[in-house]
Design a protein. Structure first.
Length: 111
């Protein structure tokens, strides 16, 4: 993939689109910039998980997991589904999985 070139000849509409996209990307990156949220996304990249599953997989307290899930949900990265008393989470779309694959390639696969 080749990145586009923006210079002094770039029209104002394209610069506005770039600024909007930069803000969206920044919000996305902020949402995943916590090791707990990264771990949650890693687990959800393999499929839907309950809050109980995530607590067990992360060896974390329910309050801590819920706090991170809340942030990911607020950013639109995960979607809840209720089944009785259990709440299950899954990725809203493929963006987090794509990022997790890049992060894995950069930081985990060579270990």
């Amino acid at each position: 993939m080749v990145l586009p070139v923006f210079d002094e000849n770039t029209c104002a509409d394209d610069m506005d689109k770039m600024a909007t996209n930069a803000m969206r990307a920044s919000n996305f990156l902020k949402a995943i910039s916590h090791e707990g949220r990264l771990m949650i996304l890693c687990h959800l990249a393999t499929g839907e998980k309950s809050v109980t599953d995530l607590e067990r997989l992360l060896s974390a307290r329910q309050a801590a997991v819920s706090q991170q899930l809340s942030r990911l949900r607020l950013e639109g990265l995960i979607t809840p589904r209720r089944d009785g008393k259990q709440i299950y989470y899954s990725l809203t779309d493929d963006r987090p999985k794509q990022i997790m694959e890049v992060v894995y390639d950069l930081f985990c696969s060579a270990e």
